[in-house]
Design a protein around this ligand. Structure first.
Ligand code: NDP
Length: 319
């Protein structure tokens, strides 16, 4: 029997965590971590599997015999436009704990805006005792854009918190107790939405999608008064200059952003200084290395047994 192909690993995040987890991952076949100086110059021509997050530009020419590409995250936008991308399956990362953590972030942000947490923060700094009366969740409609793995989990748990939840996706979904809309019903969906939650992948269709025109279509006569924009999908889907002006002029009452047009967010971005905008550094739901490597092991085992791979992306749709 020929030797098992090692897994080529090119992950541009948490190098110490990746190196530590790789010590016990892939025990039967081993790995080549190109972030490691020892591995950097290795011959990659025999490698069949690659696990990538923002890979080196020359990776595909160095590893011309790949059979499957694994994304180091749920999104694949960091791979899909690369020159020389071979026509082989691309498997994205789907993981219970990643999904759960994303939903924690989404629910927390919705509650922070529901309860005007930024206003409490300001009053606390001033040692001011002043009650703020918030509407209850049932009076507020959260519109979730993207009803995939992450969107559907967020919908379920926002409902548990009592929010009225509606959802929008490219193809219509059926979710019990949730009014759903398809891509052609965008304006009707927006007109009912008080808090907009973006959990869309980055594709040509979703690039620059959250702009001032879209913010103006959100509901303005709901219990929150001014609508709120929350995004944890991808930053290039939003126009940050439009968010700044929408918050400034009151088209938006606030925002929560985990992702940005350019990351890290520039220190001189006006977003940092807006008191009703919550910023987190793309850590709403990070890929945990041990879980990621277990997922890759599982999928390689399926592939080598001749079973279909799971979570393969649709190249034409771009996600
Ligand atoms: P899925 O592929 O499971 O779901 C994507 C959803 O978006 C689907 O419902 C899909 O519609 C919808 N969609 C895609 N394109 C369009 C469009 N043009 N118009 C309308 N709806 C569209 O992805 P996940 O839920 O797993 O992840 C979503 C994204 O979240 C990832 O692509 C990634 O960018 C981001 N992410 C961010 C993280 C963070 O830490 N901030 C962590 C993990 C992921 P349909 O159902 O019809 O296919």
């Amino acid at each position: 029997m020929s030797a098992l192909s090692p897994v080529l690993v090119d992950l541009k995040f948490n190098p110490e965590g990746v190196a530590r987890a790789l010590k016990t991952a892939f025990p039967d076949r081993g790995s080549i971590n190109v972030a490691d100086t020892v591995d950097r110059a290795r011959d990659l021509r025999a490698v069949e599997y690659a696990l990538l997050w923002k890979p080196d530009a020359d990776l595909f020419s160095r590893a011309p015999n790949l059979k499957v590409i694994f994304s180091g995250g749920a999104g694949v936008d960091h791979i899909i436009g690369m020159a020389g991308l071979p026509d082989i399956p691309i498997v994205r990362f789907v993981d219970r704990s990643l999904t759960t953590r994303m939903t924690e972030w989404v629910v927390m942000q919705c509650l922070m805006h529901l309860r005007a947490q930024y206003a409490h923060d300001i009053k606390q700094r001033r040692r001011e005792w002043a009650k703020l009366i918030a509407p209850e969740a049932a009076e507020v409609t959260v519109g979730v854009m993207g009803l995939g793995i992450l969107g559907q989990d967020a919908v379920a748990k926002l409902k548990v918190m009592g929010f009225n939840v509606i959802g929008w996706s490219r193809t219509r979904k059926t979710i019990e107790g949730v009014e759903t809309f398809d891509a052609g019903e965008l304006d009707r969906f927006l007109a009912k939405t008080d808090i907009l939650v973006g959990l869309l992948p980055l594709t040509p269709e979703t690039t620059g999608f959250y702009d001032s025109g879209l913010f103006k279509k959100l509901r303005r006569d709901g219990a929150l008064g001014q609508p709120v924009f929350i995004n944890a999908g991808r930053g290039k889907s939003q126009i940050e200059a439009d968010i700044v002006s929408a918050v400034g002029e009151g088209t938006l009452g606030g925002a929560s952003l985990d992702v940005f047009e350019v990351e890290p967010l520039a220190t001189d971005s006006p977003l940092w200084a807006l008191e009703n905008v919550f910023i987190t550094p793309h850590d709403a739901a990070v890929s945990e290395e041990n879980a990621l490597f277990r997922h890759v092991e599982t999928q390689i085992a399926r592939f080598e047994r001749g079973e279909p791979l799971q979570f393969v992306i649709d190249r034409a749709a771009g996600y």
